[in-house]
Design a protein around this ligand. Structure first.
Ligand code: ATP
Ligand code: MG
Length: 280
């Protein structure tokens, strides 16, 4: 990959928020002679942005997130976070995986405390435990924190993963369909809590979702990927609704239905047409 990825445009601008993440001309091929999963993917994420990525199954969304996490290497192009090229995982990034990825021999509390300890090695035992408990309570697991993953439901495990990622207060939070396994009520509560925290702390988030309404509630920008193989980043759409939106009220905001229809129409129609005509 070129060494001067950051040279194409300044990473620090005076008139706009700072660019935290720059993805440049990224492509991924898992095996030689197999088709590219995706290619020519470029986008920036500004400090404090909440960006959602939507696209059909198999277009390469998790692969992109894993590259941002430093768990996979891109075949072409690359990622710069905070001025540094991503080559491996780091504590500056918190990841919530599509599956929960908890340590099976540890309780929920120990799983979260382990992450807090890694991030803050000098913190007291008491401070680590308090922080872990706080984030577990936030996802509604105050009563289940001493259970091990095999004793928890799928949705509860996923919530431990969410608490773990939040508890490290990462510069960049990466989430791969984090709410897919949750019931509608819990999902709604956590979505609103997430929006509140992200707005208050200006947390930068990159999140994959299949749920258009979830993207409208949470995202400042929605990235739309065309179908694979050779998937492309087809559109980068700003959310026209005010950030004060809530799940109950957002459909009353002006522009809601137009925005929603635009996203749904992409998934139903345009995502399959992009490869034949990029202007559709
Ligand atoms: N480690 C791997 N080795 C080989 N092929 C892989 C690997 N990971 C993903 N792929 C392939 O890359 C393509 C994209 O996979 P990816 O998991 O990134 O898609 P996705 O958009 O996240 O799909 P979903 O919405 O179903 O989660 C698929 O064809 C998949 O089989
Ligand atoms: Mg995926």
């Amino acid at each position: 990959m070129p060494n001067d990825l950051s040279a194409s445009a300044p990473l620090h601008r005076t008139t706009e928020p700072r660019v935290l993440v720059r993805v440049s001309d990224m492509g991924k091929q898992y095996r030689q002679n197999s088709p590219m999963v995706f290619e020519n993917v470029s986008f920036d994420i500004h400090q404090g942005d909440f960006v959602c990525l939507i696209g059909h199954s198999g277009c390469g969304k998790s692969s992109i997130l894993n590259i941002l996490a430093g768990l996979e290497q891109p075949t072409t192009g690359g990622v710069i976070i905070d001025g540094r090229e991503v080559t491996r995982p780091g504590l500056d990034r918190g990841v919530v995986f599509q599956g929960h990825a908890l340590l099976p021999w540890m309780t929920a509390l120990q799983n979260v405390a382990f992450a807090v300890r890694a991030r803050e090695p000098a913190a007291s035992r008491h401070a680590v435990r308090e922080k872990a408990e706080h984030y577990l309570a936030m996802v509604g697991l105050a009563k289940a924190m001493h259970k091990k993953p095999f004793e928890l439901s799928g949705g509860m495990r996923q919530r431990v993963g969410i608490a773990r990622a939040f508890s490290t207060q990462p510069r960049l939070l990466l989430m791969d369909e984090p709410f897919g396994a949750l019931d509608a009520l819990t999902r709604g509560l956590i979505q609103e809590e997430l929006l509140r925290i992200c707005t208050e702390t200006r947390q930068t988030v990159f999140m994959i979702t299949h749920d258009v309404d979830e993207a409208i509630l949470l995202a400042d920008r929605v990235l739309l990927m065309s179908n694979g193989p050779s998937a492309k980043l087809a559109e980068d759409v700003a959310n026209p609704l005010p950030r004060s939106r809530t799940r109950e009220r957002m459909h009353h905001e002006s522009g809601f239905y137009e925005f929603r229809n635009h996203l749904v129409d992409f998934l139903v129609r345009r995502s399959a047409l992009v490869q034949s005509d990029p202007n559709l």
